[in-house]
Design a protein around this ligand. Structure first.
Ligand code: 4NP
Length: 162
């Protein structure tokens, strides 16, 4: 069964498109494109249709990630379409839980840092109003958590087969 992941932040131009780009690369490298689908969305529609922030794209490209998704707001149908809706911080998490139309949908909502392996940060901080280090930190935290998420997805799939 294909697993569908939606990464969510506020604007869908910094953190969640980076998570999408990193996760897609990991999934591709693992040869799991037919098993795992990845998308991202934002809780505000302010940047709808835009590419990710040029600063985020530039930092990501130096690590080999091409961020070419277009910002879109979270839709109610995302709670049906996706198996995991993963917020970058507590505000995203709380807002997703508030929007969830039923308890099954609510159970699909997670925090990105749940999947961290090396870092102990309690959220992925919004880099939008900060400097260079903020963008690098986002990539460090997301590379770690995406690897943890992939491991969890692969493990849960093999548990299901047993
Ligand atoms: P993101 O960063 O949630 O990581 O995409 C932000 C981008 C834009 C805004 C806020 C956060 N904004 O308020 O426009």
């Amino acid at each position: 069964m294909k697993k569908k992941i939606l990464f969510v932040c506020l604007g869908n131009i910094c953190r969640s498109p980076s998570a999408e780009g990193i996760m897609k690369k990991l999934v591709r490298e693992a040869g799991l494109e037919n098993e795992i689908e990845v998308d991202s969305a934002g809780l505000i529609g302010y940047h709808e249709g835009e590419l990710p922030d040029p600063r985020m794209r530039s930092h990501a490209s130096r690590r080999g990630y091409t961020l070419d998704s277009r910002s879109r707001p979270v839709r109610l149908s995302d709670f049906d379409t996706f198996d995991y809706l993963i917020g970058m911080d507590d505000r995203n998490y709380d807002e997703l839980r508030r929007l969830a139309p039923d308890t099954d949908s609510m159970r699909k909502v997670h925090r990105m840092v749940e999947y961290s392996r090396r870092y102990a940060h309690d959220h992925v901080p919004d880099p939008y109003y900060g400097g260079t280090e903020g963008f690098e930190l986002v990539l460090d935290l997301l590379e770690d958590a995406c690897a943890g998420l992939l491991e969890e997805l692969v493990t849960s799939e093999s548990d299901n087969r047993e």
